[in-house]
Ligand binder design. Sequence first.
Ligand code: DQA
Length: 147
Amino acid sequence: MKLFVINGPNLNMLGIREPGIYGAQNYESLMQLIGDVCTREGIEVQCFQSNHEGEIVDIIQSAYGKADGIVINPAAYTHTSVAILDALKAVALPAVEVHLSDISVRESFRQFSYPALACVKQIAGLGFEGYEKAVLFLKEYIPSLVK
Ligand code: DQA
């Protein structure tokens, strides 16, 4: 089983960026955690981060035929991007949307997600643990694809 983990804009600034909301750990620590979880679970993983909407669309498209599922934190594009929603619909892979913070209790503009309309699950407010839960969810969700 192979997963793509895709992180959107400003997530490369973790640890520096608003630590009261997003925590003190940096992006490399997040990559370490995801790598450790996937190794433990026997899952192949490829991680991406981009600050550019079109590049995120390209990455999602490139998952077609290569990945069995997608974990995505579209960051600010969550609340604006029909293009990311359409890309997820186009590849039609099981996708889980993750947010470090609980977007449901933040500013009203963060409470709607376009990509969630194409995701099988949304996990928000659990910090880094949300990514682990997303990987474990997809491992259960697509067992017939486990190789
Ligand atoms: C975020 C929540 C978004 O509203 C915000 O724009 C982000 C991070 C999160 O992980 O909590 O950049 O996706």
